[in-house]
Design a protein around this ligand. Structure first.
Ligand code: ADP
Ligand code: MG
Length: 399
């Protein structure tokens, strides 16, 4: 069954509480990357264009339940206003008298941004009293905060239980893209999974195993698989305790006819901060060396395989891409995914950062705005922020 989307609601003249994810990276009060603000624009614009009085809310950073001047929403409101081309008003409270007055003064087609939700300890505690206070501000609720959908907080799950609740347009894009991967991918379908640890991705690997044709593994997690195969990986990051689970995953893949490719050459060093690494065949790693990237031969092989796919999911860098000395694998794979004649989806904070820093995000069909949320979705878990929204009414049967 499909969820209820805001486009089905009559919002004209209504007060609409709109939960978005404006949790952008800040450095010294300056917004480093405004992708999340841009991703929230469609729903906000739709509401304003349809004459709603829009009460926008989001969290920002980790203030841990108390106000912090460096995490106030004012600079976010300024950028949001700029991008919308309309003024977004602000208040310096999450709820309370000041907020109620500001909401009362809103006209149709005007927007107000509440203060950082996480200044209030009741937000992350999913405290009903905060959900009630937020709900009392509005007639309707729309949740478009995909990046926060895996958390049951007062502004996501709590308030959806009280007000008539809908999903926003970003939520629709995210759900459609990720469901396509899980439910009806064009074949062949490859998942490229990297990142630091198998433990972070075990459930995703397991869930994808029954859906993909090809699994390309890189990053620190490849080491655990190589270790499980009895290969020597020196001082690399390895989760030795996951040896049996890694072996079981490989066996499971074999049973299902899923091809799993692991690195055959790697870039090693004795330091993660090294200015350059050494390329070695997997059989030649010294005891004191660690693997920090897939090697050029592996990267080229992965890229060739990627070129023949019809659906591609990429999550997790193939090496320690923060250090240019170990970024080649990630860059090669990013280019291959960008060039592929396939439906392409990228999820995960670090992989998204990698594709953006290469200026290739525009070539990807769907770049997910949710790191943790996209992973949990792909694990097949219901996300509380989505689960709390009612199903759409069934279409009327005409007699
Ligand atoms: P994403 O955010 O895209 O889901 P992860 O957070 O799972 O990705 O993984 C990113 C992290 O993995 C980066 O900090 C990177 O340095 C680390 N990493 C990748 N390859 C290795 C490796 N070979 N050894 C140690 N750490 C690695
Ligand atoms: Mg990450």
């Amino acid at each position: 069954m499909a969820k209820r989307f805001i486009t089905e609601a009559d919002v004209s003249g209504k007060r609409v509480l709109c939960r978005v994810d404006l949790n952008v990276p800040l450095k010294g009060g300056v917004i480093e990357d405004d992708t999340r603000i841009r991703s929230a624009l469609d729903t906000i614009r739709w509401l304003l264009d349809h004459g709603a009085r829009v009460i926008i809310c989001s969290h920002l950073g980790r203030p841990k339940g108390a106000p912090r001047d460096d995490l106030r929403m004012a600079p976010i409101a300024a950028r949001l206003s700029e991008l919308l081309g309309r003024e977004v008003q602000t208040v310096d409270q999450v709820t309370g008298a000041t907020v109620t007055i500001a909401v009362d003064h809103l006209n149709d087609g005007e927007a107000l941004l509440l203060e950082n939700l996480r200044f209030d300890p009741r937000e992350e505690a999913n405290d009903d009293s905060l959900a009630q206070e937020l709900a009392s501000l509005a007639d309707l609720y729309v949740d478009d905060a995909f990046g926060a959908a895996h958390r049951a907080h007062a502004s996501t799950e709590g308030v959806a239980r009280i007000l008539p609740a809908y999903l926003g347009l970003l939520m629709r894009r995210e759900i459609e893209a990720l469901s396509t991967l899980l439910d009806h991918p064009d074949r062949p379908f490859a998942a490229i999974i990297g990142g630091a640890k198998v433990s972070d991705k075990l459930l995703v690997l397991d869930h994808l195993m029954s859906r993909v044709d090809l699994l390309l593994i890189g990053g620190g997690m490849a080491n655990t698989f190589l270790f499980a195969q009895g290969k020597r990986v020196g001082t690399s990051l390895v989760e030795r305790e996951l040896r049996d689970q890694a072996s079981a995953l490989l066996a499971h893949a074999k049973q299902r006819g899923v091809t799993v490719d692991l690195p055959t050459d790697v870039v090693v060093s004795d330091s993660i901060d090294a200015a350059s690494g050494v390329t070695r065949s997997l059989t030649d790693i010294a005891k004191t060396e660690s693997i920090f990237d897939i090697g050029p031969e592996t990267a080229a092989r992965y890229a060739r395989r990627i070129a023949s796919m019809k659906t591609i999911l990429w999550n997790g860098p193939l090496g320690v891409a923060e250090n240019p000395a170990f970024a080649n694998g990630t860059t090669t794979i990013a280019r291959a995914v960008a060039d592929a004649d396939a439906y392409t989806v990228i999820g995960g904070g670090d992989s998204v950062a990698a594709i953006q820093s290469l200026g290739l995000a525009g070539t990807i069909d769907h770049v997910s705005t949710g790191g943790g949320a996209s992973i949990e979705f792909l694990e097949g878990k219901p996300l509380p922020g989505i689960a709390a929204i009612p199903e759409a009414d069934p279409p009327e049967v005409k007699s």
